[in-house]
Ligand binder design. Structure first.
Ligand SMILES: O=C([O-])C(=O)C[C@H](O)[C@@H](O)C(=O)[O-]
Ligand SMILES: [Mg+2]
Length: 429
């Protein structure tokens, strides 16, 4: 064993990053949202970085894992899972039941652990790559493409948060004209040529009108609509019928495998999900029933980059499409997504990314999209460097917060504008 590859220290830094007032079916993004930055330092003096969710329930699991990792080889990625099972225990926030109102499907103790492990796995891969002089994609078997395509992630949004937060110049987007203006800017500044609208915010007819307006503005270009399970089977079929000629896919129109299977049986529009297939346990039923035609993988909750590749193999076997889901994230995760996406032959669609909405980052050089694509880095590791000053400043914000921003709560943020707001029950329409 090369002792240079042993882990000497693991540093965890929770931060709060600015987030615009993006609307979804549960409410609106808070002005600041938590992320956790993981640093793994080897005995050879190399530091690898990773990123994952930063809410308290993730931090609670990350701390014992960080302690237990010290002294182990940075290359022992498979061992991470057993170690996490051993030391992380159950989180108070995970109860193995369906988080029906959630935006990312079931919330189980196992899935929470995988989300934490993913931040460590990416940090270990970065450290290993830097130690060996190899890019992360090479550690995953090598890239099969030089550029990875992303899609514009359109949101209904307000011009500003009602209670402060950082300002941006995107303005409000609350109707078809606003959505089209947003899409035009995404196309102009980033070169995106496929567009996903986060739906479930307004009545379905209003969202149908927005997609129609996009189709008119960008004829023949791929369009997607994602209401995060807010619709009944009937409403889903109503929308699918009206948009069947322009949708690339409809994403999580209804909540859960059973309803998705019933929607799929009634329409020829492909259904995608990042809600009803988010764990291996959910795969057999969903695939057997034809409930989804595209799985949107997210390396955070699937347990890292190797597990994402395992999922890709399963999808390939069953003839189910694959792409990538995104939640609010920074440049470390975008680098990780790009490396793994570069290695998956059956990545059939442009990936999601919230990145353009994030004005703050902890890396020294922001990623730059060209023609809606990122070039896959061949530099050792992830190919990004930590900006320690920025990290310290964003950590200071986390320390100074009275606790309200440390847990993502879109319904609480909505109550600043609408005091009576409660997370809507589903189906909402
Ligand atoms: O594709 C999705 O379902 C998401 O990206 C879930 C996210 O939480 C999104 O709805 C958001 O950021 O509001
Ligand atoms: Mg989705």
């Amino acid at each position: 064993m090369n002792t240079e590859l042993l882990i000497d220290e693991v540093r965890l830094t929770p931060i709060l990053i600015a987030d615009p007032p993006l609307l979804n079916t549960q409410g609106v993004h808070q002005p600041y949202t938590p992320r956790l930055i993981v640093e793994v330092v080897t005995r050879g003096g190399v530091t690898g970085i990773g990123e994952t969710y930063g809410d308290g329930k993730y931090l609670e699991l990350a701390r014992p894992l960080a302690t237990a990792l010290t002294g182990r080889p940075v290359s022992d990625l498979n061992g991470l899972f057993a170690l996490a099972d051993e030391v992380c225990g159950d989180s108070r926030a995970a109860d193995d039941r369906v988080d029906a109102g959630g935006l990312r499907g079931v919330q189980t103790a196992g899935k929470l652990r995988l989300s934490v492990v993913s931040g460590f796995e990416v940090a270990c891969l970065d450290a290993l790559g830097k130690s060996l002089g190899l890019p992360v994609h090479a550690l995953l078997g090598g890239k099969v493409r030089d550029r990875v395509e992303y899609s514009a992630y359109l949101f209904y949004r307000w011009a500003a948060h009602p209670d402060g937060g950082e300002k941006d110049d995107w303005g409000a987007a609350l109707d078809p004209a606003g959505v089209v203006a947003q899409a035009r800017r995404f196309a102009r500044e980033y070169g995106f040529s496929s567009f996903k609208l986060k739906g479930g915010v307004f009545e379905p007819d209003r969202e149908i009108a927005a997609i129609r307006a996009l189709a008119q503005e960008f004829p023949g270009q791929p369009l997607r609509l994602d209401p995060n399970g807010a619709w009944s089977v009937e409403t889903s079929l109503y929308v699918a019928e009206r948009l069947k000629d322009v949708l690339e896919y409809l994403e999580d129109p209804a909540s859960g495998t059973d309803l998705m299977a019933r929607v799929a049986a009634g329409t020829g529009v492909p259904l995608a999900t990042n809600m009803c297939v988010t764990t291996l346990a959910e795969v057999p039923e969903a695939f057997a029933r034809g409930a989804v035609q595209v799985v949107l993988s997210d390396h955070h909750y699937w347990g890292g980059l190797h597990r994402t590749r395992e999922l890709a193999g399963i999808c390939r076997t069953f003839g189910v499409g694959l792409s990538m889901h995104s939640n609010t994230h920074l440049g470390i995760s975008l680098a990780a997504m790009t490396h793994v996406a570069a290695t998956v032959p059956n990545l059939d669609y442009a990936c999601d990314s919230h990145y353009p909405w994030q004005t703050e980052d902890v890396i020294t050089a922001r990623h730059v999209f060209e023609d809606g694509r990122l070039t896959v880095s061949d530099a050792p590791g992830l190919g990004v460097e930590l900006d320690r000053e920025r990290l310290a400043a964003l950590h200071r914000r986390w320390l100074d917060d009275d606790g309200t921003m440390r847990e993502r709560d879109d319904a609480a943020a909505m109550r600043k504008a609408e005091p009576e707001w409660r997370t809507p029950g589903i189906p909402r329409w």
